[in-house]
Write a protein that binds this ligand. Structure first.
Ligand SMILES: Nc1nc2c(ncn2[C@@H]2O[C@H](COP(=O)(O)OP(=O)(O)O)[C@@H](O)[C@H]2O)c(=O)[nH]1
Ligand SMILES: [Mg+2]
Length: 281
């Protein structure tokens, strides 16, 4: 059975680095999802993995208009049923334009209809993050810098719109359940202890109040929020992390933040969890 999981999110939200990191995680067969067969052509994924292995995040792709699919056959455990998953990494610029122009190409609409679920990315500390200006911040900003002509579409508006796309396009699960969406808050290694403890959902609700309201009334989708750190630290600023990756490789580095039964947020080394949950039983 072929299932697909779509990756959505604006530019710079962490999609590509996740794909490059989740590949070796699937290959290592230590997490919930394992690869069952060697995939065909995954050159672009391997390039991203190589960047991470050398201690660098993958640079942003120059080609804004590319769509790259990562196709791989996985099983939930050894000997379990095989599932082919297709993960199209459609560039953030394309998602952004779709939202700006209020239209999503029929091509993607079909892709979303075929999909079993989605991973929606948002990132901590992105300079591509666009905030709506309120009176206080704009006054403060005007005293320092000149406002850009067009500050662009606020990130929270884009996230709300992407959720709307998912609501209208994803079909119910084979068992009749609501389609699942993992919201992945990437670069979760950048938050302090207090924010970590409150969790990525609280962070989203605080950073993007409009999204908080939206999340509260989504009924069509089954949503779970994960925090993500692809290598366990910030390769741009954390030298110890970079050294550790360069010396020891990616194995055992990186984690997702998940809530335990008691509601406490914890790090889990299994980077496949956001996908495993979406396609899982
Ligand atoms: N600290 C930290 N930064 C990350 C992580 N993942 C991605 N980033 C940063 O986010 C940037 C954009 O990531 P990318 O995967 O290219 O985003 P995409 O445009 O959505 O594909 C990277 O260049 C990194 O600076 C992470 O796990 N931790
Ligand atoms: Mg990308």
């Amino acid at each position: 059975m072929s299932r697909s999981v779509v990756l959505l999110g604006g530019p710079d939200s962490g999609k590509t680095n996740y794909v490059g990191r989740v590949w070796p995680a699937l290959d290592a067969k230590k997490g919930r999802l394992h690869i069952a067969q060697q995939p065909d052509d995954i050159t672009f994924v391997l390039e991203v993995t190589d960047h991470l292995n050398s201690g660098n995040f993958a640079p942003r792709s120059e080609h804004a208009d590319v769509r790259r699919d990562f196709e791989v056959v996985v099983t939930e455990e050894k000997g379990g049923a095989e599932t082919s998953i297709v993960i199209p990494d459609i560039s953030g610029e394309l998602w952004l334009n779709a939202v700006k122009n209020c239209e999503i190409s029929t091509d993607w609409m079909d892709e979303l209809r075929r999909a079993d679920g989605a991973l929606l990315f948002a990132r901590v500390g992105s300079d591509q993050d666009v905030r709506p200006l309120d009176w206080v911040t704009s006054k403060r900003m005007m005293s320092k810098v000149r406002l850009p002509e067009d500050p662009g579409l606020p990130t929270q508006v884009m996230l709300c719109e992407l959720i709307r796309f998912l609501e209208i396009s994803l079909v119910d699960r084979p068992d009749g359940g609501r389609p699942r969406v993992s919201i992945v808050v990437s670069a979760w290694d950048l938050v302090d202890h207090e924010k970590f403890a409150k969790g990525p959902r609280a962070w989203l609700e605080h950073e993007y109040p409009l999204l908080a309201g939206r999340l509260a009334d989504v009924e069509r989708l089954d949503i779970r929020v994960f925090g993500l750190s692809v290598v366990g630290g910030d390769l741009k600023t954390d030298e110890a992390c970079r050294d550790a990756v360069q010396e020891g490789g990616l194995d055992g580095r990186g984690w997702v933040a998940v809530q335990d039964a008691a509601g406490k947020w914890e790090r889990n080394e299994d980077l496949t969890l956001p996908i495993a949950w979406v396609i899982g039983a």
